[in-house]
Design a protein around this ligand. Structure first.
Ligand code: AHR
Length: 496
């Protein structure tokens, strides 16, 4: 029979607000993530708005994308912003050395990116170049974007078509300084961070939240050093963790056609996010007891072997039901750490790694990850509620176990209580009793995302092969029981 699990939600005690920027995106100059996937240029036959393709932008608007990080990633530390302003046909062509060695034509630069930000109704997280740029270059970029004076840089921005300053919501000082950003030690980076940050000036009301580039995976040293040595004026320390099915970079595992052992190991790997966040937050609690500094997971998601026959530098992979489950498990983890995790950016928005959308010339498809983001929209800026899973059935494979059910609940801005449930077990459904302490629950309605196959995915021939369907349940004898299918994500609003 079905296993019986219960989820207890205490709606009388509100936890921290889940910052909407937890649902942030990342768009790097990498593969077809920007060129082709988002930007086709205004002369393209593909319908576009000043160069940005209408189909992709329209779908992203439905996700209520709160924030987009740009232009990298590793690319950020070799990006020189002056290459991307002025007449588009006069911009220099560079080599994208990190990603496939292809030509970077600089058609998308500062003005084009902010146009996308406006079209999407989102906010900008600009990542500056610390690795191969100077403090002067970085300071001048920020002045160019934000100055409301008559300075030559502000006038140049106006001449290039933008009168009002741009709003830079977040500004990152370098990226992965431990690796592609310069192969530095945290102490050395902390000095550089302070050095560069000293010269980043804006009008007082236009100061972005400053982001120090932190560590990755199990390494907590960067958080330790930066929260001591690079804390002044710093709004967040970043962190990267990618989910690899095998955990091994040389042979990561395939995006489709995998067996249950890799379904299991992928979920097990992704659940490590919780421990990584806990360990870093413990350090922040020690060094920053006033909780000024956020922990920004500004790169995360699945990273598989590239699709056979594609440019290995383009990081193109398919996206299946497994990716949606990975996304939802991480959302639930982020909600549980909402106090410090105030921003995350999945890698990446279109055509790269765990993408929302995949395009092929004039076609596009929405991935299962897109659908998970859409289902979780009510959690943006919602107030988290203490949630406990009782009598959980664990899911076992490979002689190991992980939790069978992951749950999260929050009070949305519309006043409704939303509950998200993930069933990690690909073979067994679970009956989950939802107990909203002290309240008489009458039912629940929302959506479920699941499929028969672990690697169910959408293709250009069958773009609707996997998508959410409506879901509802009524309470019986004062008890609300939700049937959570095997390998599924369920998000419902509870009716009282
Ligand atoms: O998202 C792809 C790459 O992964 C980013 O450019 C880099 O920061 C990380 O190593």
């Amino acid at each position: 029979g079905f296993a019986q699990v219960s989820v207890t939600i205490d709606a009388s005690k509100s936890g921290p607000v889940i910052n909407k920027n937890v649902y942030g995106q990342f768009a790097e100059h990498l593969g077809t993530g920007i060129y082709e996937g988002l930007w086709v240029g205004q002369d393209s036959k593909i319908p576009n708005t000043r160069g940005w393709r209408n189909d992709v932008v329209g779908a992203l608007k439905d996700l209520k994308v709160p924030l987009v990080r740009w232009p990298g990633g590793c690319f950020a530390d070799e990006y020189h912003w002056r290459d991307g302003i002025g007449a588009r046909n006069k911009r220099p062509v560079k080599v994208n050395t990190h990603w496939g060695g292809v030509a970077e034509v600089n058609a998308v630069g500062t003005h084009e990116f902010f146009d996308l930000v406006d079209i999407l109704g989102t906010e900008a997280y600009i990542n500056g170049n610390l690795g191969s740029g100077t403090p002067q270059e970085m300071a001048e970029w920020l002045e160019y974007m934000t100055s409301d004076t008559k300075s030559s840089l502000a006038e140049q921005r106006r001449k290039n078509g933008r009168k009002e300053p741009y709003k830079v919501a977040y500004f990152g000082i370098g990226n992965e300084a431990w690796g592609c950003g310069g192969n530095m030690k945290p102490e050395y980076y902390a000095h550089l961070y302070n050095h560069y940050a000293t010269f980043l000036k804006t009008p007082p009301n236009a100061r972005p939240k400053m982001v120090a580039s932190g560590g990755n995976d199990a390494d907590t040293k960067w958080t330790e050093v930066l929260s001591k040595e690079a804390a002044r004026g710093t709004d967040g320390i970043s962190f990267h963790y990618y989910t690899l099915p095998t955990g091994v970079w040389e042979k990561k595992g395939a995006a489709t056609g995998f067996e249950e052992n890799e379904w299991f190991s992928t979920l097990q790997q992704t659940l490590r996010m919780d421990g990584f966040i806990k360990n870093n937050v413990a350090i922040l609690d020690k060094n920053d007891p006033e909780k000024k500094i956020g922990f920004y997971v500004d790169e995360w998601g699945t990273w598989y072997d590239v699709e056979p026959g594609t440019n290995p530098g383009f990081l193109f992979q398919r996206n299946t039901l497994r990716d949606a489950v990975v996304a939802a498990l991480n959302f639930n983890i982020f909600h549980a750490h909402a106090e410090r995790v105030r921003m995350t950016n999945i890698a990446q928005m279109v055509n790269v790694l765990q993408a929302m959308i995949i395009t092929d010339k004039d076609k596009m498809l929405l991935t299962p990850t897109y659908h998970a983001y859409k289902m979780y929209v009510p959690f943006q800026d919602a107030t988290s509620l203490p949630t406990a899973v009782n009598n959980d059935v664990s899911y076992s494979a490979n002689n190991k176990s992980i939790p069978g059910i992951s749950a999260s609940a929050a009070k949305g801005k519309d006043g409704k209580v939303y509950v998200a449930l993930v069933n990690t077990n690909p073979r067994q459904a679970s009956d989950v009793v939802v107990d909203l302490k002290g309240q008489n629950v009458t039912g629940a309605s929302g959506q479920v995302l699941t499929s028969d196959a672990m690697d169910a995915h959408n293709t250009f021939d069958k773009p609707q092969a996997i998508k959410p369907v409506s879901y509802s349940a009524k309470a019986a004898n004062g008890k609300l029981t939700l049937k959570v299918p095997a390998k599924s994500v369920v998000v419902v609003a509870v009716e009282v």
